[in-house]
Design a protein around this ligand. Sequence first.
Ligand SMILES: CC(C)(COP(=O)(O)OP(=O)(O)OC[C@H]1O[C@@H](n2cnc3c(N)ncnc32)[C@H](O)[C@@H]1OP(=O)(O)O)[C@@H](O)C(=O)NCCC(=O)NCCS
Length: 377
Amino acid sequence: MTNNHDRVVTRGLRGVAAAETKISFVDPLGALYYLGYNIDALVERVCYEEVVYLLLYGKLPSKNQLDALKLQLVAEMNLPEAVINSIKSFPLNSHPMEVLRTEISHLSMYDPDPDSTSEKVKIRRAIRLVAKVPTLVATLHRLRTKQQLVAPKEEAGLAENFLYLFRGQPADTEEKEAIDRFMTLHADHGFNASTFAARVAASTSSDMYSAVTCAVGTLKGPLHGGASEKVMYMLDDINTEEEVEDYIQGMLDDQKKIMGFGHRVYRTEDPRTKHLKEIAGNLCHRTKTMNLYNLCIRIERVVHEKKKIFPNVDFYAAVTLNALGVPFQFFTPFFASSRISGWTAHVIEQYKDAVLLRPSSSYVGKYGRPFIPIKKR
Ligand SMILES: CC(C)(COP(=O)(O)OP(=O)(O)OC[C@H]1O[C@@H](n2cnc3c(N)ncnc32)[C@H](O)[C@@H]1OP(=O)(O)O)[C@@H](O)C(=O)NCCC(=O)NCCS
């Protein structure tokens, strides 16, 4: 018998490189690169569709390529009737992430070329998901709130259309910029847990929908994308800035994690935070919810004083979405609607790598236990 209990275990796979990637680099010193471009250089200069193109094709698009992608995305922002009917049938108290997880899986049954694995079809399938996931989220919200579904505008971008489909009214310039930047900042982030889950599924040569379904289930957890919704519950719990110190100390004394803080990779500030903080500040100013923004600033200061940790992407993302009128339960689905571009890019890259992701474990259980028949147990 092989004895493997002394195998080295890297708990939580901390610092383990599971594969090579050209898609994005999360620099522990506080930078994020998409295909070699620092996100600080991309945000505000590119639209979300340019980022989608960059992630899927590995280069920034020309004007013609971008226009063609935009048209393709708008044309794909529809859902099969069966998917809409299925959304209508779910219990009203089901979480939007549960519905999203189920309906992405359902979409696979309506893929026009289900058996094709050509490069062209993989990209087409990715674009289909990048367009349809926001529509799934918006459709669920409209149906739940008994509002009419609206059709995307051909002249609008994906991010703007997402907000339009969700809220039913066109976004103004500031809101358009905010949602576009939000989606750009959430598009990819190295081998985060949900991307890794997608790549594990893809490494078995399973289909893209299965891989993305795994990713959605993984993103849902509060230690990952589920944190943004929990940030809002925390902000709801704290009534005034004066209460922040005691509230945070109470959480730490109870060994509870402060949602929206800390990161596995960054040892300094998350490079997305400054952008989201600025977006959140502008939106809160407009919507007269500066009290929430100021509460966040105070929490950030107190948590840093006490634990020396920084806000991550979910902290100011929560206030941003709140100011855009998105209900708390839809925060993580908005994250998923942006990260879908990164997930699909990673799935395609994993197919190219063509190796099964299958770690081993260190067995610490027993050996040779005497079998006792059921009647004698
Ligand atoms: C993201 C997260 C899971 C990373 O976990 P991790 O890699 O194990 O964290 P680290 O090893 O860097 O933690 C270092 C220390 O800070 C503490 N810490 C990390 N995040 C914390 C948080 N949000 N609240 C309180 N303490 C935290 C850890 O408990 C640890 O403390 P210790 O040294 O006294 O044991 C963790 O920070 C967390 O749970 N954050 C809250 C959920 C969240 O916002 N998730 C979204 C991530 S983008």
